[in-house]
Design a protein around this ligand. Structure first.
Ligand code: F6R
Length: 245
């Protein structure tokens, strides 16, 4: 595993953009795995800047997002579909037909999960997966206790995740209780993974990911079993591992 410590959020985002832009340009038909949340916004802004300057193109890229809230139609202001349009897709040269995000209001979510995984596999899997990490060590919406063997599936959100994410909603009661997420097994199929983390509140999760047991108490610990992972964190998120790596 490669581990980069950058000074702050800006540095983390810049490093992530530097590590990914050439790969995206060079691999024809790249399959890109994307995350939502606060963490990758700076990276997406860098990609947008590069795209506007003609240094980066998403014309041949196909994307698969990690997750979506169950019960939110894509037009909902807090759906991850809306997030991705606003934070990235509207501003880059991607073909909208090449974008995949789990459908939050599908009439048969279980069947939809199977279809999502089948399509992912049929494309040959994700070439480059971008991940954030939850304070509880979740990746995607794979909460502590999730089996490492899960593919795309419906999950019940941990209560602390709902509380953390309630900052985007008017009230905690509006935060969905369930989501669709690519599973840990789906994530591990990616050929390369880049995990980003910023801020002190992520430092414990980063510590447990790197030095705790590899088990479902810290879902991100599974990444230690993957052959091609880079972590880019800022000093806040590195606080508990600095000097040990
Ligand atoms: C979102 C996702 C989540 C987030 C995590 C961190 O698609 O996969 O695992 O990456 O909850 O969220 P932020 O970046 O808001 O701290």
């Amino acid at each position: 595993m490669k581990f980069y410590i950058e000074k702050d959020y800006k540095g983390m985002s810049r490093k992530a953009a530097d590590l990914t832009a050439d790969k995206i340009n060079q691999k024809k038909g790249m399959i890109l795995g994307l995350a939502t949340g606060s963490t990758p916004i700076g990276l997406y802004q860098k990609w947008i800047e590069k795209c506007k300057k003609g240094e980066l193109s998403f014309r041949d890229v196909k994307t698969f997002n990690l997750d979506e809230y169950l019960g939110l139609p894509k037009e909902h202001s807090q759906s991850y579909w809306t997030f991705m349009q606003e934070q990235l897709f509207q501003h880059i040269d991607i073909d909208p037909t090449n974008v995949r995000i789990p459908c939050g209001d599908h009439e048969d979510p279980e069947e939809h999960c199977k279809e999502y995984e089948r399509e992912l596999d049929a494309c040959g899997g994700v070439d480059l997966q971008i991940l954030g990490i939850g304070r509880n060590g979740h990746i995607g919406f794979n909460e502590p206790g999730e089996s490492f063997e899960n593919e795309t599936h419906v999950v019940r959100l941990a209560e602390d995740t709902r509380v953390v994410n309630s900052r985007f909603f008017d009230d905690l009661s509006e935060v969905p209780t369930h989501a669709i997420t690519m599973g840990l097994k789906s994530i591990m199929k990616a050929k390369e993974i880049i995990l980003l983390a910023s801020g002190d509140e992520k430092s414990e999760a980063i510590y447990r990911t790197l030095f705790g047991e590899i088990d479902s108490d810290t879902p991100a610990s599974i990444l230690r079993l993957h052959p091609n992972v880079s972590m880019i964190v800022d000093e806040g998120a590195a606080a508990k591992v600095k000097g040990q790596i």
